[in-house]
Design a protein around this ligand. Structure first.
Ligand SMILES: Cc1cc2nc3c(=O)[nH]c(=O)nc-3n(C[C@H](O)[C@H](O)[C@H](O)COP(=O)(O)O)c2cc1C
Length: 192
């Protein structure tokens, strides 16, 4: 899959098949995160891979899914993520004012690398950071930035033309529809 095709076809996945992702694949995803651009090349990130069923269940309790239509798109039992990658950011190392960009670049590298392997993911920022820190025994210097939920796709969300607003919704086919602003609205050339 070409990078551009991955970028264009990727959608957030919140329903997952219960098929495990081999640890070597998860390690490849972390490698994709590790090699992301980093402000001043400080590389303040660490990545915690969660696969153990008990820990997964605890992390699941710290996440909020698809806020606009909550709780409708909460993954049901039998469709929960089979793994997580938790991105944590050492704020004693990170470049001031840029730390969230490092995490964002790493997250997107992971998400696109997963998509290429047919693995869906959800970038989660609405998370209980304090609880996650406790569960995973994360040292105080680290900010729990992002949780990426992972698993093979069990839904087919699609991008649609921007209608009234940004809110995604359940389409007539039962799949999630995600409005995207049109090119003519966002593209400027040579001046605003
Ligand atoms: C910084 C950030 C935080 C997000 N947090 C959540 C979240 O907490 N829960 C969730 O279900 N989706 C979350 N998302 C996913 C967005 O809802 C999703 O990317 C958006 O609706 C567009 O859909 P798409 O990814 O399929 O294009 C987050 C995305 C980003 C970039």
């Amino acid at each position: 899959m070409e990078v551009y095709d991955a970028v264009v076809s990727r959608r957030t996945i919140r329903k997952f098949k219960q098929r495990n992702i081999p640890f070597r694949v998860l390690k490849q995803l972390v490698n994709a995160g590790r090699l992301a651009p980093s402000a001043a090349n400080l590389q303040p990130l660490k990545f915690i891979v969660v696969t153990a069923a008990k820990v997964r269940e605890k992390i699941f309790g710290c996440l909020r899914w698809a806020g606009y239509i909550s709780p409708e798109w909460n993954p049901a039992k039998g469709q929960k993520p089979v793994a997580y990658i938790v991105i944590i950011n050492n704020l004693e190392i990170a470049a001031q004012g840029h730390f969230e960009r490092d995490s964002g670049a790493a997250a997107q590298n992971i998400i696109l690398s997963a998509w290429e392997k047919d693995i869906g993911s959800c970038w989660l920022g609405a998370i209980d950071r304090k609880k996650i820190s406790e569960i995973l025994k994360i040292p105080a210097a680290y900010f729990v930035d992002t949780v990426i939920a992972l698993g093979f796709k069990d839904e087919k969300p699609g991008a649609v033309k921007w209608g009234e607003d940004c809110r995604y919704y359940k389409g007539k086919d039962g799949e999630l529809k995600i409005p995207k602003r049109a090119m003519k609205e966002i593209l400027h050339r040579d001046k605003f």
